[in-house]
Design a binder for this molecule. Structure first.
Ligand code: IPD
Length: 266
């Protein structure tokens, strides 16, 4: 079984497209079968589960010794050093409401380093990809992040968790960020926020409370498109914070988020 990043990406793209097709084609039935996870607002549909099953079953047939970490199914053990990190539907609430902004996010790690990733929006057919060290692409056209240098001129995106206490903290931070930027979008799918920052539809993005499957693929795509991707205070991107900003505004946005203790609290 190959571990060449470009070959891993090729398989990731094939699987993300198949999972996306399944989600798009089964939406009407799937949204009738909704359950909740961490809180009453944290929903999962039958399609999240079916799309994840499709990818997990395909991988266990094609690459049985790889590990798969999926949002809905947890982690299956492997031994090959290759780990697939899957969010079968990122933007489940958009999916539920028929908003055309959700995606399959699939990243591939080799020995703990993300080497390839794809984020596929099955409604628009847009697909962002990256292989470490080889640039970022939207539908196979190279992309670059914005070159903005003034935080006051940035269009930023963020998102909110599902727990009330976390949301209250996020709202307090946002109240201080909003007056200092051009404007804000809350589009509802972290992986797509990252991809939109990568191709300049947004300038920057930050969010506290993400899981690895939300940002593994999008984070690589951002880094390859020229953004700085990190946590706060020297930390790697993780549950406390994922910040992706162009070099020219990174320091200012990072300093603001540190001053606001955006990574603290619930
Ligand atoms: C959510 C979305 C949302 C973000 C949340 C995520 P899900 O993922 O990416 O934009 O704000 O933090 O949990 O639940 O739709 O897979």
């Amino acid at each position: 079984t190959p571990t060449e990043p470009s070959e891993l990406l090729e398989l990731a793209v094939t699987l993300a497209r198949q999972a996306g097709e399944l989600a798009r084609n089964t939406r009407v039935e799937a949204i009738g079968r909704v359950t909740t996870k961490s809180t009453a607002t944290d929903v999962v549909t039958a399609a999240d589960k079916a799309a994840e099953r499709l990818v997990v079953e395909a991988l266990s047939a094609i690459r049985p010794s790889d590990t798969v970490l999926g949002e809905e199914g947890g982690e299956s053990p492997g031994g090959s050093g290759v780990r697939w990190i899957l969010d079968p539907i990122d933007g489940t609430v958009n999916y539920l409401y028929g908003l055309p902004h959700y995606a399959v996010s699939l990243a591939v790690e080799v020995d703990g380093i993300v080497v390839a990733g794809v984020v596929h929006n099955p409604v628009t057919g847009e697909e962002w990809t990256a292989v470490r060290g080889a640039g970022a692409f939207r539908n196979w056209e190279p992309i670059r992040c914005s070159q903005v240098t003034d935080l006051g001129q940035t269009l930023i995106a963020t998102g909110f968790g599902y727990a009330a206490d976390r949301r209250a903290h996020q709202a307090r931070v946002l109240a201080e960020v909003l007056p200092r930027v051009r404007d804000l979008r809350r589009n509802g799918a972290a992986s797509l926020d990252l991809c939109w920052a990568a191709d300049g539809r947004l300038d920057a993005y930050y969010e506290k409370g993400l899981s690895l499957w939300d940002h593994a693929a999008g984070g690589l795509i951002c880094a390859e498109a020229g953004l700085v991707v990190s946590g706060l205070r020297g930390a790697a991107p993780g549950p406390e914070m994922v910040l992706a900003a162009p070099r020219g505004v990174y320091d200012a946005l990072h300093a603001l988020l540190v001053e606001l203790d955006a990574d603290a609290g619930p």
